[in-house]
Design a protein around this ligand. Structure first.
Ligand code: ADP
Length: 757
């Protein structure tokens, strides 16, 4: 065909081609995305441009009009790219393009004369405007390619990166085609139009469909195919040359038999030779191939021995990572529940959070994974229109997983797991045979996963039973202790009641006998009556403590609040035992009492409680020991009330940790009740085991807390005990807090020690 004919009609044919692409895109695209809309504009401008080239190329009036049209096309392609790649400021392209166009037009109007010096014979008669347009075009297309390339390099997921690479390659082809328009050769226009059309077809495919071919694999395959072809041709060529050579020197007809033998041999060797070349090339250029059967056999054997879900995840991902060289992956357990499907990742490689997530019932993603028998690419989730309605939280969770691939593990339509794989270390996309292999491996996993889940469930149940058993044992121990307290009560009560009663009875008998014999002096009577009084006082105290304890049991402590000074409370609590303290040479330090504000409290009860605590400190501290009572204010952290904390610390025998809670129980005393000597202030003098129970009742009724700290019991080392009491300053808060005594603050031990110093 005549070149002039082609040159003349090629713009018209290409314009028809662009129109066709435009129509196809319009018809195919149901939901017009922004990128498609701008691309349709680009196609329209390309059509107009080529029509213009056909009809008005040699137009004298607008010698550079075709360049303006080209520029507007580049501009529209720029905006399309900004939507396609998802650049933040789409309008920027419009502004840049408009500025460039205005500059070109202004230059064109100001300097209309053709630049003869450039190329006098060029038919397009370039002017300064045309030259500026060339620069603007170079700037716009160059920056579009460079920016896209940077985005491509930053994308770690091969399919996402491939999408960009596809765009860059075809945009480059398009621009290369346009570049030919600036070269003044007879065929350059035609070649440019053809090249540009090819580029535009590739771009049209990219905007209209997410299914793109893998550019890198395609390129390396093409190169390797060419190489194989070249290598295969060499022996054939050599054979031909040899024959030609032989033909020259040997008489024709004399070597038929060797000739046929050599040809037959060449044909025989040709196939194995080609296979060898093929294998070598694919190993070097396309990476090593695997033998599916062998891989699957090895895999099945290993996983059939694995009974633990974590172990299974490691084995699955480990095997796949060895084959495909990945460094991120996890097995995901899927279970159907009332509120949807629960997915729990079991991390194997890479940093993956083991957080469960729920996919709501009827989730499109789960449905597809459960019904389709092939891996799902994250790329599909991001770009396939089928997934556009995926809920945001599901999409966000999937993005957060940073996986490239989800391979379903299912029995029939029941999805039990997913094998999630990250991108390959090589940065290449998964090849179809690799996708097929991972799906086969996933199918092999079904039974092993089921067994491992059953086994995990069993382990879980066992753990639960073990916990329940421990709990039961603890409850049992507590019941045993309570039982012991009850039987101790009988011993203690009879012991504590009988001792003063026996005394009363004994002295009464003595009194009667001596009276009958008229031996009784005034002095003797006073002494005996004194003994009787003390014994009955002790009885009275015991009975009132028992009444207090039973009142606590029945209706809790009834309190009447009045303003009370802490210093006075402590003084009254100490008074009855002051003499005993002095007698036993125990040092008593009081700290911080005068600085405290008055409390809203039941004065009598608080005195009783502090008396019990200080009395205990005296009882369990040997002679010459030290008791320190410190108090301070804890400012409110809830704006309701401040608190006062008091600590009774002694240098006594201490209390083992196991009794720190039990000593506040009714009738609980450490050790054998029979072994205690009686007495309220003697060292280790026994009481009925009600003192601390009443303290707890009183303090909690005030809305406070009481607890003990001690390193343990040791009569040699004397580690001592520290009883803490925290009570609120104001009564209204007391009343509300008394419902929940745990609401009262507890201080940190360290802080407390600091405050004590
Ligand atoms: P009791 O009337 O026997 O003193 P409590 O309820 O006051 O009963 O105390 C219960 C038990 O707590 C006591 O038997 C004693 O073993 C232990 N205990 C109380 N205070 C102290 C203390 N400051 N140091 C050592 N042990 C103490």
């Amino acid at each position: 065909m005549d070149l002039t004919f082609i040159t003349t009609f090629s713009p018209l044919i290409t314009a028809a081609g662009y129109t066709l692409v435009l129509i196809v895109l319009l018809v195919r695209q149901e939901k017009q995305e922004q990128q498609t809309r701008w691309f349709l504009g680009f196609l329209a401008s390309s059509t107009i441009w080529h029509l213009f080239l056909f009809f008005f190329l040699a137009n004298e009036l607008f010698p550079n009009a075709y360049i303006y049209l080209l520029l507007s096309g580049t501009l529209l392609l720029g905006i399309t790219t900004s939507f396609y790649v998802d650049w933040p400021r789409h309008r920027l392209w419009l502004i840049w393009g408009a500025v460039a166009t205005v500059i070109v037009v202004v230059v064109d109007v100001l300097f209309p004369a053709p630049i003869t010096a450039l190329a006098p014979e060029i038919p397009l008669r370039p002017t300064m405007g045309g030259f500026t347009a060339l620069l603007a075009w170079l700037g716009l297309s160059g920056s579009l390619l460079v920016r896209s390339w940077r985005n491509y390099q930053q994308t770690s997921f091969p399919w996402h990166a491939n999408r960009l690479l596809h765009w860059i390659v075809f945009a480059f082809v398009t621009f290369a085609g346009e570049g030919f328009f600036f070269i003044n050769l007879p065929w350059s226009m035609v070649a440019g139009q053809l090249l540009r059309f090819v580029g535009v077809i590739g771009l049209a495919r990219a905007v209209s469909s997410h299914r793109l071919f893998d550019v890198r694999t395609w390129l390396s395959r093409s190169v390797s195919d060419l190489f194989v072809l070249f290598m295969s041709v060499i022996p054939a060529g050599l054979l031909l040359l040899a024959l030609q050579y032989v033909n020259r020197y040997i008489e024709p007809g004399s070597l038929y038999i060797p000739f046929f033998l050599v040809t037959a041999l060449a044909f025989m060797l040709y196939q194995p030779y080609r296979r060898l070349i093929n294998r070598l090339v694919s190993r070097v250029m396309l990476g090593s191939e695997f033998q599916t059967g062998k891989v699957v056999r090895g895999y099945s054997q290993t996983i059939s021995r694995t009974l633990d879900v974590e172990q299974l995840s490691l084995v699955i991902i480990g095997t796949i990572s060895e084959l495909l060289e990945i460094s991120r992956g996890s097995l995901m357990l899927v279970s159907q529940q009332d509120k949807g499907h629960e997915i729990e990742p079991v991390p194997a490689m890479g940093v993956i959070a083991r957080t469960k997530v729920f996919f709501r019932p009827g989730s499109r993603l789960i449905e597809i994974l459960a019904t389709q028998h092939q891996p799902l690419l994250q790329y599909e989730i991001d770009f396939n229109p089928d997934y556009t309605n995926l809920p945001d939280e599901e999409r966000a969770w999937l993005t957060q997983q940073e996986m490239e691939l989800y391979v379903p593990v299912h029995t029939g339509t029941d999805l039990t797991g997913l094998i999630a794989l990250g991108p390959k270390n090589s940065g290449l996309a998964y090849r179809p045979n690799e996708l097929e292999l991972v799906q086969i491996l996933a199918d092999q996993t079904v039974v092993a996963l089921k067994n491992a889940r059953l086994y995990s469930e069993l382990n879980h149940q066992n753990d639960r039973i073990r916990l329940l058993n421990t709990d039961l044992r603890q409850q049992n121990q507590r019941l045993e202790t309570l039982d012991k307290i009850k039987s101790d009560f009988i011993t203690i009560a009879s012991h504590e009641l009988r001792t003063p009663l026996t005394q009363v009875k004994g002295y009464a008998d003595i009194l009667t006998a001596m009276n009958e014999e008229s031996h009784l002096t005034r002095e003797q009577t006073r002494e005996i009556v004194g003994h009787i009084n003390r014994a009955s006082l002790r009885l009275e105290k015991l009975i009132s403590a028992m009444l207090d304890a039973s009142q606590l049991e029945v209706s809790g402590m009834e309190l009447s609040f009045i303003p009370a000074k802490v210093e006075t409370i402590i003084q009254l609590a100490i008074d009855p035992i002051a003499e005993a303290i002095r007698g036993r040479q125990i040092k008593l330090h009081l700290r911080g009492l005068p600085d405290l504000p008055p409390l809203q409290a039941d004065f009598k009860r608080l005195v009783q409680a502090m008396h019990n605590l200080i009395g205990n400190a005296v009882k369990y501290t040997p002679d010459y020991g030290t008791i320190t009572l410190s108090a301070w204010l804890i400012p409110s952290n809830d704006d309701i009330t401040d608190y006062v904390e008091m600590v009774v610390a002694d240098t006594g025998i201490g209390i083992d940790a196991e009794y720190h809670e039990l000593i506040f129980e009714k009738f609980f005393r450490i050790g054998d009740p029979e072994l205690h000597s009686s007495g309220t202030t003697k060292f280790k003098g026994a009481g009925p085991g009600l003192g601390l129970h009443i303290v707890k009742g009183v303090i909690e009724a005030h809305g406070g807390r009481v607890w003990v700290e001690s390193e343990g019991e040791d009569e040699q080392r004397l580690p001592g005990s520290r009883f803490h009491v925290v009570v609120p300053v104001d009564a209204p808060a007391v009343l509300s807090l008394s419902q929940d005594p745990s609401a009262a603050p507890r201080r940190q031990p360290n802080r407390r020690i600091d405050l004590l110093r």
